[in-house]
Design a protein around this ligand. Sequence first.
Ligand code: NAD
Ligand code: PPY
Length: 351
Amino acid sequence: MHIDVDQTLRWSGEMTCIRYHEPTGTFLIIAIDSTARGPASGGTRAMTYENVGSAIADARRLAGAMTLKMAAADLPMGGGKSVLALPRPRHQLSADEWKRILHFHAANLELLNGSYTTGPDVGTSSADMDVLGRTTKHVFGRSTAQGGAGSSAEATARGVHASIRAGLAETGRSSLAGTTVLVQGLGAVGARLCELLAEAGAELLVTDVHPERCASAVALGARTVDPGRVTSIECHVFAPCATGGLINSETARTLPVAVVAGAANNVLADAGAAHVLAEREIVYAPDFVANSGGAIHLVGREVLGWTAETVSERTEAIEDTLRTIFADARTRGITTEQAAIDLAHARLAAA
Ligand code: NAD
Ligand code: PPY
């Protein structure tokens, strides 16, 4: 596999820390995209990558999205992300190996001395944050038993639900009742989102590469679909809640939906996809706004001292933020992605 080193190094973020943990063969990458609005923050993603270049690129892209997310949600934080590029899938690591990887990560967070605070992301949980928290205080999302804000999945799901409402309103629908929503990825966020959508009267289509994870949604009346067919299933709303990079200019050309709003980070795989969606009048809720409920929960509770009620109000307000973004995109004839980036950049420029 050829890696374009120049391309890999071309990045305008503030710092990338790359460490190798020899005993387990794990690369640790921490990308700090921006501290303009406050200390950088964003979760720890633990998974396998094809090569280190892909892991660095992923950490940087995700860190950039965190900067936009914090600014769009008007939180006083910058953007960063950690990647633990594992030598084998996490479930194949021994408990001891995983513990050593977390200790290595925690020691490195201490070295960064608060310029970056981590939290949970794909492949890590509140229990892992508790382990990090024994060595460093630069960690969000520890369990409530350990004094943290706990899982952010509930707030993220509520924020996605609010985003779906905003998206449907943009298509002229006033309610979720009778709409069909396809939820991809029935993990912590997707499963809870299904409950909220079912309560609101939506018809559910669900899919997961681990089919057993669809069981709770099926019990609510959801029908399952093949995970390989997600971009060709006709429905009102597509809610990607697995991993990102699913919609490129090609898939956007045929996606048979009216609204895209989900929890996954970096849903759009290339710069042209947002334009194709806009040309086809598909309402796209930019991911870094739609999934900002989790950041609102973690930063709100642990930095700003917000009550659960305030977190809930700010999370529901994602609907208003998106309505403003959609209106701005319509008025200026730009994509909703660009309108959201402009909102975030205006706040960053003012910082
Ligand atoms: P999770 O790991 O609990 O769930 C992800 C689910 O997606 C798993 O059940 C997995 O089997 C499934 N999946 C993976 N690839 C798939 C595919 N190709 N097709 C179908 N299913 C697939 O993660 P989560 O906490 O529910 O988060 C979901 C997404 O939302 C992630 O991309 C995450 O980065 C993003 N996100 C989460 C939060 C949060 O608060 N948890 C906040 C912001 C963004
Ligand atoms: C995300 O929202 O993508 C995250 O990584 C979760 C998060 C949010 C804010 C601080 C730490 C982790």
